[in-house]
Write a protein that binds this ligand. Structure first.
Ligand SMILES: [Zn+2]
Length: 468
């Protein structure tokens, strides 16, 4: 299925993107300003940043250990809830603040052989290799260009009125709900890019190779989450039960005993199973359920953050014609108005992989995520001076807009929603930026910015903006 064809109706002039009003000179100046912000951060990267990512990785591993140990007692409800919460949070951190960002090459400057985009792999269904191509290169280079950015509706949804309607979209609210729960599998299949196969750009052998990669990841997840850890939990409970001489609380009957009795031959074995196995069986099943739940928690969260960063009403999409001969400045502006931020607390930003700063992430995909909050006021300042919008909103607002669009555009027609005007700091409801901040930044702005920082050739940063 394709959602890349456009309707013949031209976009109404009131939704023409801000790009259309910027002269080549202005775009060049913008490129210089954005480059300067990037370079200033890269020149200042150091121990504080290194400590941050190492401590997040350590915290994530501690959460996994805590979750696994608590789940040894998963047959008790409070332990199940606590263990599942630890595990769900660990998976969220692992995917969002660690996996996505490390694989973008945000930490490659450390030259740490363990925390590097070329070697990192993550606990999700997509292989690192396929994901780095479809996300780092395709999505981040061709952001919101209809027909080129395959993340625009993930090729299964109509999220822009300019996409031609097809009856299959009637079902999109339902398969979006399904995608929420199974997000990692949806992304893995999406990374396969079957459309390239139909178009003859990809060979069946290559697709088969990539399918094998996904099958390998699926096997790893099943063996670890759905067999291995439930068995470990069950074994620990069994040993504890023996040590306590059968005094640990457990259900009265064993499922295995039931099977043995029905077979009619193992009466004595069934009595033994009834005495020792009910708790073991319950622990196995409840750990299995905890692992399924933790994976779903991570999927629902990742889906929400990613959709809210790309599909709220404020974002613009672009035709291929609009971005012909795009300059570096044009690329930056497209990233700026093609994504949307989500406002939240520092903890919210950590567990969303700092993708609440989706705008800053799209401007600087290789910048360590922890610096996005620091550069956000500078981006707002640029927006204010160049009359550009700065797309942001509360989580609930962005979420509502995304789902309203998915529901409305399931049906034919649909109009562009109004877009925000140029950013004005005095109107900033968060009060995050006092005008003095902008003034302070302007006075610090280097007239000629230094060469690139210690960024080195890495395997992960494949985003390809026009050169300086
Ligand atoms: Zn990204």
């Amino acid at each position: 299925m394709t959602n890349t064809e456009e309707t013949s109706a031209p976009a109404s002039p009131d939704v023409e993107s801000p790009l259309a009003h910027l002269s080549a000179e202005t775009l060049d100046r913008l490129a210089e300003e954005f480059d300067a912000i990037h370079d200033e951060v890269y020149a200042s990267l150091g121990d504080k940043d290194r400590k941050y990512i190492k401590s997040v990785i350590a915290a994530q591993r501690q959460l996994v250990v805590a979750g696994r140990v608590i789940l040894f007692a998963s047959s008790s409800k409070p332990a199940w809830v606590a263990g599942t919460a630890c595990l769900g949070m660990a998976k969220i951190l692992e995917n969002m603040e660690i996996g996505h960002n490390v694989m973008h090459g945000q930490w490659d400057w450390m030259n740490d052989p363990d925390i590097h985009s070329s070697v990192w792999d993550w606990d999700t269904a997509s292989t690192a290799e396929a994901w780095k191509h479809s996300h780092n290169y395709i999505h981040h280079t061709y952001t919101n260009i209809r027909g080129l950015d395959k993340d625009l509706g993930y090729e299964i949804m109509r999220i822009d009125p300019k996409q031609r309607w097809h009856p299959v979209y009637l079902a999109q609210p339902f398969y979006n709900a399904l995608l929420t729960v199974l997000f990692e599998w949806g992304v893995a299949l999406h990374d396969l890019d079957l459309e390239s196969l139909w178009a003859g750009e990809k060979s069946p052998t290559q697709v088969l190779e990539e399918l094998k990669g996904i099958a390998g990841k699926a096997k790893a997840q099943f063996v670890k989450d759905y067999v291995g850890w439930p068995l470990v939990s069950a074994a620990v409970f069994g040993l504890a039960q023996v040590a306590m001489r059968g005094k640990l609380p457990q259900p009265k009957t064993s499922r295995v005993a039931g099977l043995l009795r029905r077979s009619g031959r193992w009466g004595a074995g069934a009595d033994l199973a009834d005495r020792w196995l009910p708790g073991v069986e319950k622990t196995f099943l409840s750990t299995l359920l905890a692992d399924v739940t933790a994976n779903i928690i991570r999927n629902v969260w990742a889906h929400a953050i990613i959709f809210c960063g790309h599909f709220p009403d404020q974002t613009y999409t672009f035709s291929k014609r609009e971005v012909e001969n795009e300059t570096r400045g044009g690329w930056y502006v497209r990233q700026l108005v093609g994504s949307a931020n989500i406002e939240g607390s520092p903890l919210f930003h950590i567990i969303s992989g700092n993708l609440g700063y989706q705008v800053e992430h799209h401007l600087f995909p290789d910048m360590p995520s922890t610096r996005y909050s620091e550069v956000a006021p500078k981006i707002k300042d640029i927006c204010e001076r160049y009359d550009l919008p700065y797309n942001t909103g509360r989580f609930g607002q962005q979420w509502w807009m995304v789902h309203r669009t998915i529901a409305r555009l399931a049906f034919p027609g649909g109009k562009e929603r109004p877009k925000p005007g140029p950013y004005r700091s005095s109107a900033d409801p968060t009060g995050e930026v006092a005008p003095s901040e902008a003034a302070r930044f302007r006075s610090r702005m280097p007239s000629d910015h230094p060469a690139a920082g210690p960024e080195h050739e890495g395997g992960g940063v494949a985003v390809d903006p026009p050169p300086r």
